[in-house]
Design a protein. Structure first.
Lengths: 111, 116
């Protein structure tokens, strides 16, 4: 069964203080690792898809990287508007289209 | 429409009542998913449709949960004889593709169910 573990569960940063969120996964035949942002009372919002080890993607202050066992979401010089819960998810080759999520990292950026 | 639409956004039910939650996916999206998200947790997979076919319902927690997508577009998640443990946000997501290296899921804002 596919599994996703995210750490830390919560992270508090000062504005401008860069950091990384971790996503460890076990999956049978990775067919995509996804990062989502979720604001309170909203559905998850898609950020990135990574397919193979060594792949990197960037969007504004966010950069996602992938190894065979982990993914990192690097946040450079965060701003208060980056405060949200960041969810990691994987799709494996078993079953049909099931995407398995972690519990997320709740990020708070203090001005 | 431009995005995934879910209704109602909020539903309060008395224990034992039946509820129906509706999802309008993005037009043309083949795949449709239902997820359940408890407070402070990540979304948990419930079921998956490819067009009108329900290909995976392994995540439905009991036979009180039923989902359908009869014409391959709008989907309804029905919960019979609701229990307090059913209280959660029910998220619907759709995806354009159905096989191979497929793309991301687009989520609606969810239906928050509270069972008293």
């Amino acid at each position: 069964e596919d599994q996703v573990t995210q750490s830390p569960e919560a992270l508090r940063l000062q504005e401008g203080e860069s950091s990384s969120l971790n996503c460890s996964y076990t999956v049978s035949g990775l067919r995509g690792l996804f990062w989502y942002r979720q604001d309170p009372g909203k559905g998850p919002e898609f950020l990135f898809t990574l397919y193979s080890a060594g792949e990197e993607k960037e969007k504004e202050r966010l950069k996602a990287t992938l190894t065979k066992k982990e993914s990192f979401l690097h946040i450079t010089a965060p701003k208060p508007e980056d405060s949200a819960t960041y969810l990691c998810a994987v799709r494996g080759s078993g079953g049909y289209q099931k995407v398995t999520f972690g519990i997320g990292t709740k990020l708070q950026v203090i001005p | 429409g431009a995005g995934v639409s879910q209704s109602p956004r909020y539903k309060v039910a008395k224990r034992g009542q039946d509820v129906a939650l509706r999802c309008d996916p993005i037009s043309g999206h083949v795949s449709l998913f239902w997820y359940q998200q408890a407070l402070g947790q990540g979304p948990e997979f419930l079921t998956y449709f490819q067009n009108e076919a329900q290909l995976d319902k392994s995540g439905l927690p009991s036979d009180r949960f039923f989902a359908e997508r009869p014409e391959g577009s709008v989907s309804t998640l029905k919960i019979q004889r609701t229990q307090q443990e059913d209280s959660a946000v029910y998220l619907c997501a759709s995806s354009l593709s159905a096989g191979g290296l497929t793309g991301e899921l687009f989520f609606g804002e969810g239906s928050r169910l509270t069972v008293l």
